[in-house]
Design a protein around this ligand. Structure first.
Ligand code: UT7
Length: 324
């Protein structure tokens, strides 16, 4: 059973936070941020995730000519739902007026989109029309006094209507995927407080433990290594050579990670899609945002072979192969 992305929709907040704005908030510079990360600006939301998720979902539904009444399952990939409880997918269900169908979230951080596709494919024998939204309000868990992380993150959401592939509908087919995790890496990107290990107290708030902490260098090295491994395995499983791939859409965490990945894979930088300059790292939203824009800009079209790859907290990683 294979699934197709019938349509995509995206939503980003209108408020732009530039490198110049960050220069006024922490000891950093536009030059450092651009050279070390490739980021020029990112979007920051004044509203919770469900608002962005609804916008992205409505666009995807419209593009697929699918009504909310046709949706049989709602899946969201996020670590920044409106509330710790319940699942963001249930809030989205209410906003869209979707009847009683299963709705749940999965937490795979920056790998959320690829993990979500894998889960949707697994469930597609029972639920043939799935609404999948992958998005984050990372600004809610970003410490704007910590220059090592606050320059990186942004907010956004991408939505996909997923249906079962049949003879008539085979555009944007998920041909295959690889997903994996290594839990020994959890410390390198985590939010120390607010969960059951450190429930929130005045101390955890004053020590700013409810924000993302990251050991950047370890994450950088592993991101390159794991995305390369996932892409190589995916291509091997499908008897493909990298030269046959039309576009690589990597998770947008750092332009230098993407350039190093290209060197390791032996492909030109132009073979990857990059929009990190405008959005920063939007975690689970980054791949759907990039796929949407790559299609809109004509970089991929009917029949293109597209490989997406991700790496994030957990550590989690994965790669997906699409016949667009
Ligand atoms: O989505 C998956 C999760 N995230 C990632 O994949 C991110 C992976 N990591 C990275 O992208 C990079 O490690 C960073 C962009 C976070 C950091 O870049 P780096 O080249 O690894 O820098 P570094 O952490 O080794 O720091 C180099 C220097 C340090 O100063 P000293 O000790 O050499 O004096 C930092 O204090 O850069 C300093 N620094 C900054 N300077 C200006 C760190 N952040 C900043 C900043 N502005 N914003």
């Amino acid at each position: 059973m294979s699934i197709v992305i019938r349509s995509l929709g995206i939503a980003v907040p209108s408020r732009v936070l530039t490198n110049a704005d960050l220069e006024k908030m922490v000891d950093t510079s536009d030059e450092w941020i651009r050279e070390r990360t490739g980021i020029r600006e990112r979007r920051i939301s004044d509203e919770p995730l469900s608002v962005l998720a609804e916008k992205a979902a409505r666009e995807a539904l419209e593009n697929a000519c699918v009504s909310p009444d046709d949706i049989e399952l709602i899946l969201m990939a996020t670590i920044t739902g409106d509330y710790p409880l319940p699942a963001a997918a249930c809030l989205l269900q209410e906003r869209l007026g979707i009847k009683e169908v299963p709705a749940f979230d999965l937490a795979a951080a920056c790998s959320g989109f690829i993990y979500g596709l894998a889960v949707a494919e697994g469930l597609s024998a029972r639920y043939s029309t799935i609404l999948f939204v992958s998005g984050e309000i990372l600004s809610a868990v970003t410490d704007y006094t910590d220059r090592s992380t606050c320059v990186l993150f942004g907010d956004g959401a991408g939505a996909a209507v997923l249906t079962v592939a049949d003879g008539n509908i085979s555009r944007r087919e998920l041909v295959d995927y690889v997903i994996c995790a290594d839990g020994t890496g959890w410390r390198h990107i985590h939010i120390p407080a607010g969960g059951s290990a450190e429930p929130p107290t005045e101390r955890t708030i004053s020590e700013r433990l409810h924000y993302i902490k990251m050991t950047g260098r370890d994450v950088f090295k592993n991101a390159v290594k794991r995305m390369e491994e996932a892409i190589v395995e995916l291509l091997k499983r499908n008897n493909l050579d990298i030269s046959g791939v039309d576009l690589i859409v990597p998770h947008q965490a750092n332009a230098r990670i993407i350039h190093t990945l290209c060197e390791r894979l032996g492909v030109a930088k132009e073979k990857t899609y990059i929009n990190i300059d405008r959005y920063g790292n939007t975690s689970a939203a980054s791949i759907p945002l990039a796929l949407y824009e790559a299609e809109r800009d004509g970089l991929i079209g009917a029949g293109s072979l597209v490989v997406a790859a991700s790496f994030g907290a957990g550590y989690t990683w994965g790669a997906a192969l699409f016949r667009w």
